[in-house]
Design a protein around this ligand. Structure first.
Ligand code: MLT
Length: 257
């Protein structure tokens, strides 16, 4: 076997195509800066909720876990998420970014469970940082990664243990933007970039052609595909902190705390 030499001082940039069904912990995340991705729709929705003023999002694995943490006497608590794409019974929100409006989420703590996305977030615990990425914060998340010195893992949730085109397109957009010689891309990172470069001018159509895009369209949520394909509508880059996801606060001089 021929050992592959990495350019000196370069950082590895890898893409996890999907979270396998039987995996509870992503070994590749260990010590790396991770961009967690579930374009349709968990990470797009988390970014929308925090951008619109939610105090925090708490990712949980199951609806039962969310309900066990919910206290109806605590006015800031809300339940959000889906199963089979649809809002769960008794929950305040489903998994559409459009539901998490500024009026309804301001200062709220959202207990959030989705089929694949929140499982991915819980499985990346060994990472040095976990940033929440989606097309809405593409440039901001790329900038955040560029200013770090660690290896990068773009971790895609996929759907039910399979790769999804929308997650790979986003991963490819990140890889393309970070291709400045200081990163050593794995072949899966290069493949994602090739996909992005060939389909970026047909982003909505490409996302809608995928299996999960077709499922969402079939249950009347096709508008979410267009929403989740909007690029650079915010500079908010939420980050996992312990068992919650927060929007980093701004300090004087533009730095984030
Ligand atoms: C998931 O976590 O599987 C998704 O976000 C599903 C969805 O589109 O609601």
């Amino acid at each position: 076997m021929v050992a592959r030499r990495r350019p000196s001082r370069s950082r590895e940039m890898d893409v996890l195509s999907f979270l396998p069904l039987d995996v509870e912990s992503v070994a590749e995340a260990s010590g790396r800066i991770v961009i967690a991705v579930d374009i349709l729709r968990a990470t797009s929705t988390i970014v929308a909720a925090l951008d619109n003023g939610a105090a925090r999002v708490v990712p949980v694995l199951t609806p039962e876990e969310a309900l066990s943490l919910f206290d109806p006497m605590e006015p800031s608590l809300r339940l959000g998420g889906e199963r089979e794409g649809l809002r769960l019974e008794g929950f305040h929100y489903g998994n559409s970014p459009s539901e998490y409006t500024a009026d309804s989420v301001r200062d709220a703590t959202i207990l959030f469970t989705t089929t694949n996305g929140t499982r991915l977030l819980r499985a990346c615990t060994g990472a040095s940082r976990i940033l929440i990425g989606c097309f809405a914060n593409l440039s901001a998340v790329v900038d955040a990664v560029r200013s770090e010195r660690r290896d990068v893992l773009i971790a895609c949730a996929g759907t039910a243990g399979r790769l999804t085109i929308e997650d790979m397109l986003f991963a490819g957009a990140c890889v393309s933007r970070l291709a400045d010689g200081s990163f050593d891309p794995t072949d899966s990172a290069t493949t994602a970039a090739v996909l992005w470069e060939s389909l970026s001018n047909r982003l909505v159509e490409s996302m809608a052609s995928g299996r999960h895009g077709r499922t969402l369209d079939g249950i009347g949520l096709g508008e979410d595909i267009r929403l989740c394909a909007r690029i650079d509508t915010t500079t908010t880059v939420p980050e996992v902190a312990g068992n919650t996801i927060l929007k980093p606060s701004r300090r004087a001089g533009g730095k984030t705390a």
